[in-house]
Design a binder for this molecule. Sequence first.
Ligand code: HEM
Length: 193
Amino acid sequence: MILKRLKDETRSAHLATEQQLDLLNQMPTKLEYARLLGRFWGFYVPIESKINQVVGLDELPLNLSARQKKKLLWLDLTDLDWNESTIEALPLCTDLPTLDSVPQALGCLYVLEGATLGGQMISRHLQERIGITPEHGGRFFSSYGQEVGSMWKAFGETVTAYSESPEIEDAIVRSAIETFAAFGHWFQGQSQH
Ligand code: HEM
């Protein structure tokens, strides 16, 4: 079953990501938090644009436009007093996973959608520690709010229905692993301060 494979085969990559971001043990300042969001912007903007170009993806019931995080990041950065030209000047990641097919896009989306689950913990942490709320500065990590569970379930159902052969499953899993790796490189390559 594809969802179990994805979870099992990306388990160590997820752990490495959690450790790399180390968000729950830290109390960032608002400035550090905004810089972190700026790095997320640099990853999500080009990757979402690539996902939007994948031929055939729009035929699946994914509700892609509702899942895109670019607008949430933009609003958060604006709340944190970043102006348009600063946001537009942020570096964008070019070392992205290959997204030439629907299975590759689904593997990549698995990683981005899964991040909304951990995002719920991060969202609560930010609210308690530095007063960032889902309404002000915290839209990205809060993402779909009350709908996170149902959005995740719907995504899982679409991926499962699409995974009709071991070859398709392999391509989805490979892309998820590649996406975690690209994410890790991008966050490593950026200076935190
Ligand atoms: C400090 C940061 C993070 C923490 C604490 C965290 C925590 C979690 C937790 C608790 C879950 C399970 C939620 C559940 O089963 O209800 C989860 C799932 C997941 N997270 Fe994270 N996460 C973090 C960052 C990320 C990031 C940055 C990504 C992607 C780049 C990511 C990708 C995923 C994926 C794909 C799943 C789904 C696993 C599955 O197949 O069930 N996480 N995360």
